[in-house]
Design a protein around this ligand. Structure first.
Ligand code: PEP
Length: 252
């Protein structure tokens, strides 16, 4: 069985005090031993403070990005070892904002993925099509290309430790959520692609989150789909009640 996994991507939001308060509120309401895996991904400058708040709680912590080199002259970047040192457990890779605004390619994502897996962290690899690509009927081609490129060179054992987030770019931060049918169709197709590459057993164990304007009022429908194993949540993760309202949408 795939354990449902809900992660909050706080993006470039919140002061340190706000981040601490939000982490405290989420942890207090979740309690320990929740059946759903839950994590928050604060801005890098707040990772240390938020990790301290979440230590020993049922809420994990993730980074929004990392660099693939272990150390050296890479101004402004952070290594996997630095994240491990802070108690980070997850890393979001290839978010569409990084692909689109920062010019990240599948090759970059792949180099980072290898570093993250080698460092023992759990990667959340984001894929998804733009509106133009969907309109041109290219959704599955794009997801295939991003999965193939981003996951290049990893073993089936490593693939079993990867979380995929299907995030249609047109649904991110727009309030325009994919219907449960649209999302399930792509999730099922993505799982087939993973099966072709890593085998049925591994593909059946990989969590595929949906991301794109998930809110408490649409979460339950999406999360009830057979191939949707959780959510990567942006805007609605910035308030404890709405984030936990999404967690409550998981049917256990
Ligand atoms: C995201 O950025 O990963 C995301 C899904 O954002 P939102 O929930 O705000 O659409």
């Amino acid at each position: 069985m795939r354990r449902p996994f809900i992660a909050g991507n706080w993006k470039m939001n919140l002061t340190k005090a706000e981040a601490i308060a939000l982490a405290q509120a989420v942890a207090a309401k979740v309690g320990a031993g929740h059946a759903v895996e839950i994590a928050v991904c604060p801005p890098a400058v707040h990772l240390d403070a938020v990790a301290a708040v979440l230590k020993g709680t049922g809420v994990g912590i993730g980074a929004q990005n990392v660099y693939f080199q272990p150390n050296g002259a890479f101004t402004g970047e952070l290594s996997v070892a630095m994240l491990v040192d802070l108690g980070v457990q997850y890393v979001i890779l290839g978010h569409s904002e990084r692909r689109r605004i920062m010019g990240e390619t599948n090759e970059h994502v792949n180099a980072k993925l290898h570093a993250v897996l080698a460092g023992g962290l759990t990667p959340i690899v984001c894929v998804g099509e733009t509106l133009d690509e969907r309109t041109a009927n290219k959704t599955e081609d794009i997801v295939q290309e991003q999965l193939a490129g981003s996951l290049a060179g990893i073993t089936a054992e490593q693939a079993g430790r990867v979380v995929i987030a299907y995030e249609p770019v047109w649904a991110i931060g727009t309030g325009q959520v994919a219907t449960k049918e649209q999302a399930e169709e792509v999730h099922a197709a993505a799982r087939k692609m993973l099966a072709a590459r890593f085998g049925e057993t591994t593909a059946a164990s990989i969590r595929i989150q949906y991301g794109g304007s998930v809110k408490p009022d649409n979460a339950a429908d999406l999360l009830a789909q057979p191939n949707i194993d959780g959510a990567l949540v942006g805007g609605a993760s910035l308030k404890a009640d709405s984030f936990l309202g999404i967690v409550a949408g998981v049917k256990l």
